[in-house]
Design a protein around this ligand. Structure first.
Ligand SMILES: NC(=O)c1ccc[n+]([C@@H]2O[C@H](COP(=O)([O-])OP(=O)(O)OC[C@H]3O[C@@H](n4cnc5c(N)ncnc54)[C@H](O)[C@@H]3O)[C@@H](O)[C@H]2O)c1
Length: 442
């Protein structure tokens, strides 16, 4: 495939720069980079819901395009960003020539599509979590990012990562505060049980482009229950548990909480996965689930077991109080003790601590501007923390756990090929089928 015009332009600039010594472009662009005080032209794809919570963070830039499948959400967003062009279909939106960067806050089942198409057009991407809805999607998006590394800035919307406790937990693990690391677990307890896809319930309202909402996913009849919002960023809790629209708590709180663990273990990929949970529902992802991964050794630690628990499944607590007050958390087990963390605090429990010991957690305040880090990277600043390499490997791992769950078997994984090597049924679940006319690599 030929490079997109934006990329061709950047390549040309680089080549010209090599020959000319230094090339300063009109509008202050230096070798394809912007000066920090120059505004970035952003398209908000998914302009209502979660995007509203980002308006403050991005309104210092130029919002030149708004895209939403809901005309009412578009109308509301255009009150705030009056100069922006309006779109219903993100594929059309990406054709708008002045866009330099995309903020994607759509449904989970379109994240990888929007992100990949945008990067293929030379656009920087901030994508809400989860980055992907299948192992294959995670791999494709990561590969596109890696092919453009240094040219494109990416960030997955796991903004809790900006809290200083994330860095502090990593530092403690690397300093050997619990000895040599042997096992890591993360968990969450958000429970959204549903029996199955909602039944047909009338026609979609005129303001909602329901076919575009379904996008690449199979046809499911309209039901207003998928659109029962109780405020910005909450409607995802009405659709993210259905397999065709999301991955339940694996992609939802799992994206945030596993991030706490993933940030401290320098993992590449798992080589095996297994899962246990409630009986499989073909429509809905499980509430109660535990997934386990074999993570190969790296240059500072041995092979470790990594686990994700949700919906009442939990790792064994080392003492009575170890998990007290920790709703979503992570536990690092080492040869000298354990470290239990939540997003904003942690506690170290040395081996030999009595089971009934009182524990006092260390709260860690402060952090950095997560969206600002991405904006800065778009303008040529340092790499983002949750770029599509780091976050792509994490969601690939988490989604592989759901593959093991769906086949009910321990699976062996070849991370270089992206293949399950011991179970053809599991290998088939690495990817999902799209409706005719929709492609991930457009
Ligand atoms: N990082 C966080 O803490 C956080 C918090 C809440 C939500 N989220 C994420 O944000 C995303 C959106 O969640 P939400 O609760 O706002 O959902 P939502 O259903 O309200 O959707 C958000 C907006 O996107 C629009 N939309 C949906 N599909 C679209 C498409 N294909 N093209 C264009 N617009 C589309 C909707 O009409 C709506 O205005 C989810 O992926 C969710 O995981 C992240």
């Amino acid at each position: 495939m030929n490079a997109h015009p934006h990329l061709q332009r950047r390549t040309f600039l680089k080549q010209s720069a090599a020959g000319l010594g230094m090339l300063i472009l009109p509008s202050g662009i230096l070798f394809g980079k912007k000066s920090p005080n120059e505004k970035l032209n952003i398209a908000l794809i998914g302009a209502g819901g979660r995007a509203i919570q980002h308006y403050g963070a991005f309104s210092g830039e130029n919002i030149v395009a708004l895209c939403d499948v809901d005309d009412n959400a578009l109308a509301e967003a255009s009150k705030k960003f009056s100069g922006a062009k309006l779109h219903n279909d993100w594929r059309k939106c990406l054709e708008q020539k002045d866009i330099e960067a995309v903020v994607c806050c759509t449904t989970d089942h379109t994240h990888a599509h929007v992100a990949n198409w945008a990067m293929l057009r030379g656009l920087h991407v901030y994508c809400e979590k989860p980055l992907a809805n299948s192992v294959e999607e995670a791999r494709v998006v990561r590969a596109t990012y890696l092919a453009n590394k240094g040219k494109l800035a990416t960030q997955v919307g796991t903004q809790r990562h900006a809290g200083n406790n994330f860095a502090e937990v990593r530092k403690l693990i690397r300093e050997g505060a619990i000895g040599e690391l042997t096992e890591v677990a993360a968990w969450g307890d958000r429970r959204l049980p549903k029996p199955g896809y909602l039944p047909a319930a009338g026609d979609p309202p005129k303001h909602l482009h329901y076919d575009l909402w379904l996008g690449p996913s199979p046809l499911h009849p309209y039901n207003p229950g998928y659109f029962d919002t109780r405020g910005p960023g909450t409607n995802c809790l009405n659709w993210n548990m259905y397999w065709d629209f999301g991955s339940g708590q694996v992609g939802d709180m799992g994206s945030h909480t596993m991030d706490l663990a993933w940030n401290a273990i320098d993992a590449t990929h798992p080589i095996a996965a297994m899962a246990e949970g409630e009986p499989l529902n073909p429509d809905v992802s499980p509430v109660k689930l535990a997934t386990h991964f074999k993570i190969p050794a790296n240059d500072w630690r041995k092979e470790i077991k990594l686990s994700w628990y949700q919906g009442g499944a939990m790792p064994k607590a080392p003492t009575d109080q170890a998990f007290r007050g920790v709703g979503h958390g992570a536990m690092f087990t080492g040869t000298k003790g354990v470290l239990v963390a939540d997003f904003g605090s942690h506690v170290i429990i040395p081996n030999g601590t009595p089971a009934d010991a009182r524990l006092s957690r260390t709260g860690v305040k402060g952090g950095f501007n997560f969206q600002g880090q991405w904006i800065n990277a778009c303008k040529g600043g340092p790499e983002t923390c949750c770029n599509f390499d780091y976050a792509g490997r994490m969601i690939e791992t988490m989604l592989l756990g759901l593959v093991a769950y769906r086949v009910g078997a321990a699976i062996q994984y070849d991370p270089a090929a992206g293949k399950v090597t011991n179970n053809p049924a599991a290998d088939a679940l690495i990817r999902r089928a799209y409706r005719e006319g929709w492609t991930l690599k457009g």
